[in-house]
Structure formats: structure tokens, C-alpha cells
Design a protein around this ligand. Structure first.
Ligand code: MN
Length: 228
């Protein structure tokens, strides 16, 4: 049994134990690509419904992870970390499908961890100081994050990133990930319609602003800052 087969076998067992209610489909998702959600599907209610989370995680995220598994299976990319797969395929037209599925897999894993029940509280000191240095205030940081997420045209992501000595807000379209620009993501907001349409229909600003007020996991962002 190869290391990959061993991991895949272990993943099926672990995933089945942790997430018995989800339709696993016929693909065996690799746990590095589709780890369990960090909270129950209904934990983010009423801001994001369990129905939205169930479909978003169980269909969309799982779909990207399964596609990526199929695309890299048996190739030289199979042994790389997800981050290395993203940077190795970015900007290569013949690798677009792998890049898109790898980036979307990474982005969703990062998004789940960027949220938490009872989030939106004041950031830990290390991050709070950096936010004041970079934006002037926590309120201004949240305003810029909201503006970026709301104004991203069509599908994409809003991000808080570390860029050298400073923090910045950036937005990316479709699957794109700031890692390819040499930036260090600290947190993200998914603004693809599948992230909010069942709960908010076309009211993206309401989704984004409620999420920033009530769900952002600033502790996760601070931990990412400390790891750089
Ligand atoms: Mn999504």
C-alpha cells in the first residue's frame, strides 16, 4: 500500500465517523483536501444557515477536492502540498483546471476557519496592534474588508493579508489566491453566490457585513500572522 493509498483509506474512515450525515458520493476525498468542518453545520446560524453550509461544504468544497484528486492522481503533483500545487500551476494555461480546483480547495478550507460561532470580537493584541499600524483603526480595517468583498465583481474572495511589514485588504476573482502574489493570507470571505444566495439572495452587502460583525475568527487571523 502506498502512502497515498494509506492516507485515502484512513480518510474514508475518519470522514465517515465525523460527518455521517453528508453524502460522501463515490469519490474518496483526501482529508488534506477535505478536512472535517471545524464546527457543526448549524453552528453559524442565523448568519449562515445549516442548509447553505451543508451544500457549500458537502457539494461545492467536496466537488473541488474530488476534482483535484482525479486531476493529480498518479502525476508528479500528487506528492506536493496543496500550497505547492497552487504555486506550481499558477499562470500555466495547460494547468488551469488543476490550479482552479487546487486554489478553490485551499480557499474553502481557509474560509471555514476564518469563521466561528460568536466571532467578530476584538482581535488578539498582536493582530490588533498590526491592524492599527496598517489601517489606523479596527473599524477602518473592517470597512475596507467589507468594501473589497462587496465590490468584487462576480465570483471571488475578499482577503486580509500580510504584505511585508503591513497588512492589506485585497480581493481576487474566481479561484485566485493571494499566495501566488507572494502575500500571506490571514483570513478570507467567500463571495461566490453559492456562499450566500439561499440566505440572502442578491443582498451580498448584508451577508458580508453581518458575517464581519458576527462570525470573523480574528484568533485564526492572529495565529496565521504569528506563523509567518
Ligand atoms: Mn465557495
Amino acid at each position: 500500500m502506498t502512502r497515498r493509498q494509506f492516507l485515502a483509506a484512513g480518510t474514508m474512515t475518519a470522514a465517515a465517523l465525523v460527518l455521517p450525515a453528508l453524502d460522501r458520493g463515490s469519490q474518496a476525498s483526501d482529508i488534506r483536501l477535505l478536512p472535517p468542518l471545524p464546527y457543526p453545520e448549524n453552528a453559524l446560524e442565523p448568519v449562515i444557515s445549516s442548509k447553505t453550509i451543508g451544500i457549500h461544504y458537502g457539494k461545492h468544497h467536496k466537488g473541488y477536492a474530488d476534482n483535484l484528486n482525479k486531476l493529480i492522481s498518479g502525476t508528479e503533483l500528487d506528492t506536493l502540498t496543496l500550497e505547492k500545487i497552487i504555486t506550481a500551476t499558477a499562470g500555466k494555461p495547460e494547468k488551469t483546471a488543476i490550479y482552479n480546483n487546487a486554489a478553490q480547495t485551499w480557499n474553502h478550507r481557509f474560509y471555514w476557519n476564518s469563521l466561528r460561532p460568536n466571532g467578530g470580537q476584538a482581535p488578539p493584541d498582536i493582530l490588533s496592534k498590526k491592524i492599527k499600524d496598517s489601517f489606523g483603526s479596527f473599524v477602518e480595517c473592517k470597512k475596507q474588508l467589507s468594501d473589497a468583498a462587496v465590490t468584487q465583481f462576480a465570483s471571488g474572495w475578499g482577503w486580509l493579508v500580510s504584505d511585508g511589514d503591513h497588512l492589506r485588504i485585497v480581493k481576487t476573482g474566481n479561484a485566485d489566491n493571494p499566495l501566488t502574489q507572494g502575500l500571506h493570507p490571514l483570513l478570507t470571505i467567500d463571495v461566490w453566490e453559492h456562499a450566500y444566495y439561499l440566505d440572502y439572495q442578491n443582498r451580498r452587502a448584508e451577508y458580508v457585513n453581518t458575517l464581519i460583525d458576527k462570525l470573523i475568527n480574528w484568533e485564526f487571523a492572529a495565529a496565521n500572522l504569528e506563523r509567518i
